[in-house]
Design a protein around this ligand. Structure first.
Ligand code: NAG
Ligand code: NAG
Ligand code: NAG
Ligand code: NAG
Ligand code: NAG
Length: 455
């Protein structure tokens, strides 16, 4: 295993020399891990039953007891190393390793996991750590460590090198374990996977054409991969969190069904990030379009959007049904024509948007809607256009800095036309010039909460 794994899964039982006291602690840590594991199993069941996420889990090739997908061919499967005992406890925990390599220059690389669906509940789970190593090679190394209590559990799992049409190479992790009774904690298998991208000779960014993962109950943790340039990156899990430090992709799709998504930094021309149950947090830089959506969870993000084309707006969508939306948005351009379209929508939760900067004379369209919740949006003094704010059962407030200086430095005076219709609705223009009055627009609607706009 690579020693440089930067972010360790907290609950992974680590092999180490241990005193009796430490063993007790580890044991209780393990119990906690497996309690969480039990909860995961419940959520998986709920997910499969009620959310009906596209579950890839049930299929069995008639010619093989292993759940190999029908569109892949198996090149070979790795041999597990001899098991070593990693910890003496009530039940001995063992580990074994296997390694496979993928060619970094392939058209497409993939990592998948498939387990047979069985009534005994979750048999295997795990975590995948992605990192960039210091090795200069053409190989993306995939190291797998299995932690298990009984050898037949190890025998019920396999890691194989796969091929799929054209020049696609991947690693598949398969488990084949069928038992109808409820599984005890010590009857499960845990897989820890490290995917190490190499570095280039001159330390320039490593180009990866297309990498995709499609994993079941594997958490995914991505270290600082800012020096790996993915043209297309797709990370998918059915049930588990996805966490990343730093990612750089042309097109990025990151999706889980149940679990939060936390990304410290993502740079992507287009990015689609989604979960059904869980929060989305992080910092995102995008130049074409960025969509962040969850059904149940908050969206708390910093966004930097870049655009140089007034006829093709950079788009930001923040969508949740149950949860708040909180975002600081920075809009940038290299030339004088730029357009941005921001949409924020939730049903149950407040919305708090702050556009901290926008280029001069840019066309900014912002639409925010919530049913139950307050809504506040703050725009920079460079914003010009119309606004329309309304609510049904609360009040609308529009704040305007009368002393704001002309951001173009021409010393113009800002004008605000402000038409108020009762307490619950307000519309008008804010602009530095006649033509600015119709440049962009802000539409803010809540049904039951107060709405506040600040220019
Ligand atoms: C990337 O590879 C996956 C399969 O591994 C494929 O489904 C997808 O279409 C590819 N994307 C692009 C843009 O080539
Ligand atoms: C991203 O995907 C879109 C549409 O699928 C494509 O037009 C665009 O070229 C892709 N961008 C990159 C950097 O691959
Ligand atoms: C994202 O954009 C902001 C604003 O331009 C910039 O300061 C930041 O460095 C960018 N992030 C990365 C990782 O390049
Ligand atoms: C902005 O984007 C939203 C959602 O994609 C779309 O419905 C709307 O028409 C766009 N607005 C403009 C002015 O392009
Ligand atoms: C601003 O963009 C919207 C759609 O993106 C468009 O309908 C509108 O005409 C643009 N305004 C100007 C002044 O270009």
């Amino acid at each position: 295993m690579d020693q440089k794994t930067p972010i360790q899964f907290e609950e992974l039982p680590v092999p180490a020399a241990c005193t009796a006291e430490c063993r007790r602690q580890k044991h209780s840590r393990k119990r906690r891990a497996f309690r969480a594991f039990g909860l995961s199993a419940l959520l998986l069941w709920l997910g499969a039953r009620y959310l009906r996420f596209a579950s890839p889990m049930v299929f069995r090739d008639p010619g093989s007891p292993w759940p190999f997908p029908s569109d892949v061919t198996v090149d070979h499967c790795a041999e597990w190393s001899d098991p070593v005992e990693t910890e003496g406890a009530e039940h001995s925990l063992y580990s074994a390793d296997a390694s496979l390599e993928l060619p970094a220059s392939a058209d497409a690389l993939f990592l998948i996991s498939r387990s047979l669906h069985h009534r005994g509940g979750v048999f295997s789970t795990g975590n995948v750590n992605y990192l960039q190593s210091d090795e200069v090679t053409d190989a993306v190394k995939v190291d797998i460590t299995a932690f298990f209590w009984r050898e037949e559990h190890l025998a019920a799992s396999k890691a194989c090198l796969l091929r799929r049409g054209g020049d696609q190479t991947g690693v598949g992790i398969f488990t084949n374990w069928d038992e109808k009774r409820r599984r005890e904690e010590h009857e499960r298998l845990r897989l820890e996977v490290t995917v190490a991208f190499p570095r280039t000779e001159d330390n320039s960014a490593l180009a990866i054409n297309n990498f995709s993962s499609d994993l079941e109950i594997f958490g995914q943790t991505l270290a600082d991969l800012s020096n790996v340039n993915f043209k297309t990156l797709s990370l998918k899990a059915a049930l588990s969190a996805i966490r990343a430090e730093s990612l750089f992709a042309g097109n990025a799709t990151i999706r889980t069904s149940i679990g939060p998504i936390r990304i410290q930094s993502l740079i992507g021309e287009t990015a689609v990030i989604g979960t059904s149950l869980g929060a989305i947090e992080g910092t995102f830089n995008s130049s074409k379009s960025l969509t962040l959506s969850t059904s149940n969870g908050a969206i708390i993000v910093e966004v930097n959007l870049f655009n140089n084309d007034e006829d093709d707006a950079a788009k930001l969508k923040l969508l949740t049904s149950n949860g708040r939306i909180e975002s600081r948005i920075n809009l940038e351009s290299e030339n004088s024509g730029s357009a941005f379209n921001i949409t924020a929508r939730t049903s149950h939760g407040p919305i708090d948007l702050e556009v901290v900067a926008a280029p001069l004379a840019s066309n900014v369209t912002l639409g925010a809607t919530t049913s139950l919740g307050s809504l506040s949006a703050k725009l920079p003094t460079t914003f010009e256009g119309m606004f329309d704010a309304s609510t049904s059962l609360s009040s609308v407030e529009v704040k305007f800095d009368e002393n704001a200086e002309d951001p173009s430095g021409k010393g113009r005076k800002r004008s605000l036309d402000h038409g108020k219709v009762g307490k619950a609705s307000s519309h008008g223009h804010v602009s530095w010039s006649e033509e600015g009055k119709t440049r962009g627009s802000v539409t803010a609607r809540s049904s039951l909460g107060p709405v506040s706009l600040e220019f």
